[in-house]
Design a protein around this ligand. Sequence first.
Ligand SMILES: C[S@@+](CC[C@H](N)C(=O)[O-])C[C@H]1O[C@@H](n2cnc3c(N)ncnc32)[C@H](O)[C@@H]1O
Length: 217
Amino acid sequence: MTERTSGIRSVLSVPAAYELLQRALGSPNVRQEYVKQHVRPAEGDRVLDIGCGPGDILAYFPEVTYVGVDPSPAYIASATRRFSGKGMFSVAGVDDLDAKELGEFDLVIAKGVLHHIDDDQATKLFSVAAQVLAPAGRVVTLDPGFAPGQSALSRFMVGQDRGANVRSEQRYVELARACFDNVQSTVHHRLLRIPYTHVILDCAAPKPIDDMPDPVG
Ligand SMILES: C[S@@+](CC[C@H](N)C(=O)[O-])C[C@H]1O[C@@H](n2cnc3c(N)ncnc32)[C@H](O)[C@@H]1O
């Protein structure tokens, strides 16, 4: 994982501290917008959440079949303790995922993950997601990003993120387009209580596996 973890940022690997900061900044609003307006889950959907963290997104979903994976044992322990009746959780990062073992999903989500991983890992994430999607399935991601129309303060705040791979909207789209024919991006500047820019990707129509770049897996 590519992450800046020195100083105050190290506290955020503790699930309770992470959730406290998220609430203070207004993260419930981000989750609400992301799930209701962009992910749009339907009851009974099969959902794969890559980089699920402590699993808080589940509170915004209807009854779905949910599989959450994250490389952090502490986050997975927290998610399992709080949401075991609503989903299945396991310790795994993008590099550990094997599309052939995962099954089929109507939705693949990765909220706040792309900016923590490098380009090869992002390509692996999109290629695995493309391979496990049901025919009408979609992949929906959300990350901090740099985008036209962004204020200087938002640009500064986004640059302070723990993730070492915050990208431009255009670069996030390029990475997704390597694996999907249909990629729509949306930029939000005011979902948090502070000036901050989020880039949401909605990806459909996976390319044939032979047309995807390496590494695939
Ligand atoms: C900002 S948190 C987001 C957590 C959760 N999706 C949420 O929205 O609350 C970023 C997450 O990405 C996970 N992550 C970092 N590197 C990863 C990797 N290589 N593969 C999968 N997840 C990763 C971290 O463990 C962390 O849980």
